[in-house]
Design a protein around this ligand. Structure first.
Ligand SMILES: N[C@@H](CCC(=O)N[C@@H](CS)C(=O)NCC(=O)O)C(=O)O
Length: 227
């Protein structure tokens, strides 16, 4: 692991254990950019290709699940899971609100973000790890290709679902950008990595994605810049 960036404005530094082009870390990177909090964090690179996220030290000290991103607070407390990290960051700074203000918004955003994980992002992740060489033989010690291919098909169904949603509203969970949009964006970043094209008939999803890629918080991400 090596530190690749550090900028602190007098506030206690938080750390993000990160793999900059990874779809899940990109969720937190977008949230940080939306909230203008990048200068409050130090990014620590965890090289997934070398299996650094499976080091016993990382698992014991940072994240039992052996994944990134992880947010480490100044007192050493580690918060894993993109949804939890986004909720923490959202509560730190007022605007823009990413996880909802009213009970209705919070419920909708949490549901749609979870659905974006279940039906799209996590499904593509399983396809990546099981239906493709994934992170290579050092990391992928068990693969079940059939399970991977089923999850790829599930993700394609998920794309149709989100296309349908976006025919009815401007954003995934309502009429404002939210954590749910960020989760679908990460799903489409991952789809691109595994060469899973969004079906051409999903025109609302494709048009929404083009709009999302114009947001400064999105287009500045290494996942896009490297292309
Ligand atoms: N549920 C976790 C998933 C995180 C995740 O899968 N991150 C990827 C990075 S793109 C990872 O660490 N993959 C490595 C692996 O699963 O071996 C979250 O929301 O943070």
């Amino acid at each position: 692991m090596n530190t690749v960036a550090m900028a602190v404005d007098g506030e206690p530094a938080m750390k993000i254990y990160d793999f900059p082009i990874g779809p899940y870390p990109t969720r937190v990177r977008i949230a940080l950019a939306e909230k203008n909090l990048q200068s409050r964090v130090e990014f620590v690179m965890v090289d997934l290709r070398k299996g650094e996220h499976k080091d016993p030290e990382f698992i014991a000290g940072k994240n039992y699940s052996g994944t990134v991103p992880v947010l480490e607070l100044a007192d050493g407390t580690c918060i894993a899971e993109c949804t939890a990290i986004t909720e923490y960051l959202d509560a730190l700074v007022g605007e823009p609100v990413l996880t909802g203000s009213t009970a209705f918004e919070r419920g909708m955003i949490h549901m749609m973000s979870k659905r974006a994980e279940l039906e799209l992002l996590d499904a593509i992740s399983v396809y990546f790890h099981h239906g493709t060489p994934g992170l290579g033989p050092l990391v992928e010690q068990y693969q079940n290709r059939e399970w991977g291919l089923r999850q790829r098909d599930k993700a394609l169904r998920g794309m149709h679902y989100f296309d349908d949603v976006l025919r009815k509203r401007a954003y995934v969970a309502g009429d404002a950008f939210s954590m749910a949009d960020i989760t679908v964006i990460a799903g489409l970043i991952f789809a691109d990595i595994v060469d899973l094209a969004v079906p051409a008939e999903c025109t609302a999803l494709l048009a929404w994605y083009e709009r999302m890629k114009m947001r400064p918080s999105v287009k500045s991400q290494p996942a896009f810049v490297r292309r």
